[in-house]
Write a protein that binds this ligand. Structure first.
Ligand code: ZN
Length: 365
């Protein structure tokens, strides 16, 4: 980023000789308190200078992800992705991320998690118009299969890029979400389990020996847990409102091979409860597992303004959780994180929370 761009980002008009303007500001800085605009300018400029030639954090998405929709009444709507884009622009942070177009996932990649019958259920029931209901709140429209392929493909491509060292981490701003989709059954707004497909890719293609999947959606990630129920290389750490949809996760793991740290929390719990549980349960398990890469099922419907759940998190809680994950990643995983959007249905709370999450990932705070 040039100095002129930094000025523009700070809302300071640049007139005439930029360097003269700057030196004048610096001179004044020595003698009296600088104004807010100048502080912002300096911060923005040095923040931009600190970045390496490539951006630290990539955002993967695709227009197909907004073409899947399940009716105007449905909370899992294309407006969610637009709200995130709008908030990034409003926060003047859009330029700090590398934008990547999500490819379609290959069938071989999806098949590492989903059965042939589950894939056929989606692919072969795409309507030419209108909707095909998979359950009472999960529907297919003519674009759903392509959107699902892009969402899973984003997670896989982000995994490749982060492992290759192209980016330190990545956020997949995609839909449909994935963490309720089991190997056998799409459900709960989810068609393909994007995070599980990416984690499998990291294990089977890149040969990683240990990965972690961290799920902070207000709902239990039953699909992800099912995908790794006999996979000791994957540690799944989650908290979720309980009892609540999909009414799973609170029971002890059925398999001795599964590594789950499930933290069911009662409705109306706030960030203080969640932070203590994470400190006492997630972090020791993550240190013991020493993951070589971390995947995040990033749902933001535990926010206090989100009516889908009854929890009380705020943006600062999502930033704190992301910081904890970053510290684990930096210690064991060369900083490698791929985060995928799951829930979050209050558009304002969702977009503010995603930006709080992204600011930590990109070290912009
Ligand atoms: Zn959710």
């Amino acid at each position: 980023m040039s100095f002129v761009m930094a000025c523009q980002q700070s809302g300071i008009g640049v007139h005439g000789d930029t360097l003269a303007y700057t030196s004048e500001k610096v001179r004044r800085f020595k003698y009296r308190a600088p104004d807010e605009k100048f502080i912002t300018l300096v911060r923005t400029f040095f923040r931009s200078r600190r970045m390496p030639s490539a951006h630290r954090t990539a955002i993967y998405t695709h227009p197909d992800c907004t073409r899947h929709e399940m009716g105007h009444w449905h909370p899992e709507s294309p407006a969610r992705l637009q709200a995130i884009e709008d908030q990034l622009i409003a926060s003047r942070l859009a330029d700090f991320f590398e934008r990547c177009e999500a490819p379609e996932a290959a069938l071989a990649q999806i098949s590492r998690v989903h059965t042939d019958s589950a894939i056929a259920l989606l692919r072969d029931h795409i309507p030419t118009s209108g909707y095909y209901p998979l359950d009472e709140d999960t529907l297919l429209n003519p674009h759903s299969w392509r959107a699902a392929l892009r969402a899973a493909g984003a997670a896989v491509a982000a995994t490749d890029a982060v492992i290759a060292g192209k980016y330190q981490n990545a956020f997949c701003s995609v839909r449909p979400p994935g963490h309720h989709a089991t190997p056998n059954t799409p459900m709960g707004f989810c068609l393909l389990n994007n995070v599980a497909i990416a984690a499998r890719h990291a294990l089977e293609v890149h040969g990683l020996q240990r990965v972690a999947v961290i799920d902070f959606d207000v709902h239990h990630g039953n699909g992800t847990q099912a995908a790794f129920k006999v996979e000791p290389r994957v540690l799944m750490a989650s908290f979720f409102q309980h009892p609540f949809y999909p009414y799973s996760g609170a029971e002890p793991a059925s398999s001795g091979q599964a590594k789950n740290v499930n933290l069911p929390v009662p409705a109306y719990s706030g960030g203080d409860v969640v932070r203590q549980l994470i400190t006492e349960h997630w972090l020791p398990a993550l240190h013991a597992h020493a993951p070589e890469m971390i995947f995040i099922s990033a749902g933001f419907d535990a926010h206090r303004e989100d009516d889908m759940g009854q929890m009380r998190l705020v943006e600062a809680d999502y930033a704190w959780i992301t910081q904890q994950i970053m510290q684990i990643a930096q210690r064991y995983a060369k900083g490698r994180i791929v985060s995928c959007l799951e829930g979050g249905y209050n558009l304002s709370a969702l977009s503010r929370s995603v930006v709080a999450h992204l600011k930590v990932l990109a070290e912009l705070d």
